[in-house]
Design a protein around this ligand. Structure first.
Ligand SMILES: [Zn+2]
Length: 88
């Protein structure tokens, strides 16, 4: 339970809603698929914005708010992780 009220922000460029208090724990509501994190949104959408004008309108450009990217944030295939190779 938290005392602060969640806010809802909508990114006009990425077409997502971000629910939360402004930080890595925020939930990002994508137009399709399951909700994710700000870092997932960054990995999939925001980092590809091309111009400064676009970036200035995006609400997910602050690295402190989105935190570190986590495995699975991007589109990379799961077989990039070779399970078993490092096992004795
Ligand atoms: Zn954005």
């Amino acid at each position: 339970m938290s005392l602060a009220t969640d806010q809802r922000e909508r990114c006009p460029l990425c077409e997502v809603e971000i629910h939360g208090q402004g930080g890595p724990a925020d939930r990002v509501i994508f137009s399709r698929g399951t909700p994710g994190s700000r870092s997932k949104l960054w990995a999939r959408v925001c980092q590809y914005l091309k111009s400064d004008a676009q970036r200035s309108r995006c609400i997910n450009q602050d690295p402190e708010l989105r935190g570190d990217c986590r495995p699975g944030d991007g589109f990379e295939e799961i077989d990039a992780i070779q399970i078993g190779d490092s096992m004795p």
